[in-house]
Ligand binder design. Structure first.
Ligand code: ADP
Ligand code: MG
Length: 461
C-alpha cells in the first residue's frame, strides 16, 4: 500500500503525542483501549478522539472494536515515530526514494541538510519467506501482534550494534550512523548487490576477498548466516561491502559449523554459476558441485582460529544485551534454518504482507522536515527508550511463561483486558493525577516518576 510520507509534515505535536501514547500502551496491550490512550496522552477534553480520527485517516493507526474500542500502531505509524525521532535528533532532514526491498525490510535514501545521502533501513519482521512465516507463527502462537514491533526493534538494534562493532574491527561494512525503534541509518553503499553484477574484471580476486571475509568473521567469533549475493555489495572498483546483519550468530552457536559451511557454499555456488570459467581456473578445476570439501581448498570451520565472544563487549556498548541477543536469535533461528535450502532472499511470500505489514511507504519524493528539538530532550527520550526496552524484555519473558502453559485463551485475554479497561475508566473518573497503569509501569519505580517521564517524552515531540 502506498502512502504519502508528506503527511509527516502536517502532523502536529498532538498527533505525535497520541501516536506515542498508543506506542506506550502497546507495551502490554495488543489493542490499546481508547480510554487508556486518552489517559496517557492527556490532551484537553475530547482532544484525543479527534486526533485518533486523523491518525486513522492517514493509516498510522488501526482501529479494532472487536473486543473493546481500541487502536494499535500500523507499521507506517511506527515508521513515522522513528523518522520523526531521527529528524529531531538531526540525523537527517529528508526522506527520498526507496532503494531496496529486502527480505524483511524497506530501505530508503535519506539526506542531511548538506545534501549527504545515507541509507535508512526499516525492519519489518512480518515480511518473510513462506516457510519462515510458519515457524515464526508457531513461535508466536501465544504472543500478541505488538511483538512484531518489538522484534523489529530488536533486529534493528542488533544490526546497528553489529555494524558498529564490525566497522571498528576494520570490516568493509556501511558506517552505522544511528538507530531508533526499528530503524537503522547507515552510510549509503556506492555499488550494487552482487546478484545484479553480470561481469567482473577480477572475479577470482573478488571471490577470494569474500571467502576471506567469512574466515575473518569467524576469527572474530562470528558467522554472518546470510552471506550471499544479495548481501554483498560491489562497487565499480570491485570493492566489496557486506550488509544485513540481524541474523549473525556466534561461532559458539550449536549450529555454527553448519552456518559457516552454508555461507561458504553459497559463495562457491554463486561464483561457480555466474563466473564459472574464471572460478574453475582459479580453483585448480575443482568441480564446484563437488560435495566432498576435503579435496578442495575450501575454508573449513575447524581450521579457523576462532575467538568466540570477542565482539561481545562492543555489542554491549551499543546497547545490545546478551538477553536481547538470545531473544532475537531464538526468533530468527527458524528463519535461517528454514532457509537452508539456499533459496535465500528470492523466497518471498507477499501474501503475508497484507496481514502483518499493513502499510509500506514507497516512491517518496523528497520530503523536507524541520529539526524541532533540543539535545536535552533527545537525552530524555533515550532514557525513556532504555526503560522501554527493559520493560519489553521482561514483557517477553512473561510471554514465554505464557507459552509454557498452553491454555492462554481468548476468554482470559478478554477478561484481563476488561479488567484493565475498568481500571483505566476508574482512574479516569478519579481524575488524571491518580492514574498509573499498574501493568505497564510496575517495575520502574514510583508512579510519579513514570508519569513525569512519560509526560517529558510526550512533551518532547
Ligand atoms: P534485508 O535484511 O531485508 O535483506 P538488506 O540489508 O539486505 O535487507 O537490504 C536490502 C537491499 O537494500 C540490499 O540488497 C541493497 O540493494 C539495499 N541496501 C541495503 N543497505 C544499503 C546501503 N547501506 N547502501 C545502499 N544500498 C543498500
Ligand atoms: Mg538482505
Amino acid at each position: 500500500m502506498k502512502l504519502d510520507v508528506d503527511v509527516l509534515r502536517y502532523l502536529s505535536r498532538e498527533d505525535f503525542r497520541v501516536l506515542t501514547a498508543v506506542e506506550m500502551g502497546m507495551r502490554n496491550h495488543e489493542i490499546v483501549p481508547s480510554v487508556l490512550i486518552d489517559r496517557i496522552a492527556s490532551l484537553k477534553h475530547g482532544g484525543t478522539y479527534k486526533v485518533l480520527k486523523n491518525l486513522l485517516k492517514h493509516k498510522l493507526l488501526h482501529h479494532d472494536a472487536s473486543k473493546y474500542d481500541g487502536f494499535r500502531l500500523t507499521y507506517l505509524g511506527y515508521d513515522f515515530l522513528a523518522i520523526k525521532t531521527m529528524v529531531n535528533r538531526g540525523v537527517f532532514t529528508a526522506v527520498g526514494r526507496q532503494i531496496g526491498v529486502g527480505k524483511e525490510s524497506d530501505i530508503f535514501e535519506v539526506s542531511r541538510e548538506d545534501g549527504t545521502i545515507m541509507a535508512m533501513k526499516l525492519h519489518r519482521l512480518g515480511r518473510t519467506s513462506f516457510r519462515a512465516v510458519k515457524s515464526k507463527r508457531d513461535y508466536l502462537r501465544h504472543r500478541n501482534n505488538y511483538n512484531w514491533l518489538y522484534l523489529s526493534r530488536l533486529a534493528a538494534l542488533k544490526e546497528y550494534a553489529f555494524m558498529k562493532a564490525l566497522e571498528e574491527h576494520g570490516f568493509p561494512v556501511p558506517n552505522a550512523v544511528d538507530c531508533n525503534r526499528h530503524c537503522v541509518v547507515m552510510s549509503l553503499v556506492q555499488g550494487y548487490p552482487l546478484v545484479q553484477v553480470k561481469e567482473l574484471q577480477n572475479p577470482e580476486v573478488v571471490f577470494e576477498t569474500i571467502l576471506g571475509l567469512i574466515v575473518r568473521l569467524a576469527e572474530h567469533g562470528l558467522i554472518h548466516c546470510d552471506f550471499n549475493e544479495f548481501n554483498i555489495m560491489i562497487d565499480d572498483d570491485e570493492k566489496v561491502t557486506m550488509i544485513d546483519f540481524p541474523q549473525m550468530v556466534s561461532v559458539s552457536h550449536r549450529n555454527a559449523e553448519m552456518y559457516f559451511d552454508r555461507d561458504v557454499e553459497c559463495i562457491y555456488k554463486f561464483f561457480g554459476k555466474r563466473f564459472k570459467m574464471t572460478f574453475e581456473e582459479h580453483d585448480d578445476n575443482v568441480d564446484v558441485s563437488e560435495v566432498d570439501t576435503d579435496e578442495s581448498s575450501r575454508p573449513s570451520f575447524s581450521s579457523v582460529n576462532k575467538t568466540a565472544g570477542f565482539l561481545d563487549k562492543e555489542l554491549a556498548a551499543s546497547g545490545f544485551t546478551r538477553k536481547e541477543q538470545d531473544e532475537i536469535e531464538r526468533f530468527i533461528e527458524g528463519d535461517i534454518e528454514d532457509d537452508a535450502g539456499g533459496e535465500g532472499e528470492g523466497t518471498e511470500d507477499n501474501g503475508h504482507e497484507s496481514e502483518l505489514n499493513q502499510t509500506t511507504i514507497k516512491d517518496l519524493d523528497s520530503l523536507k522536515l524541520e529539526q524541532e528539538k533540543t539535545t536535552s530532550s533527545h537525552n530524555e527520550e533515550d532514557r525513556i527508550e532504555e526503560s522501554q526496552q527493559t520493560s519489553n524484555v521482561s514483557q517477553s519473558r512473561e510471554s514465554e511463561n505464557e507459552e509454557e502453559s498452553e491454555d492462554v485463551n481468548d476468554a482470559q485475554l478478554v477478561k484481563s483486558l476488561t479488567k484493565q479497561r475498568r481500571r483505566a475508566i476508574a482512574a479516569a473518573s478519579r481524575g488524571r493525577k491518580n492514574y498509573a497503569s499498574r501493568n505497564s509501569y510496575k517495575d520502574k519505580g514510583g508512579k510519579s516518576s513514570h508519569n513525569s517521564k512519560i509526560q517529558k517524552q510526550l512533551n518532547s515531540w
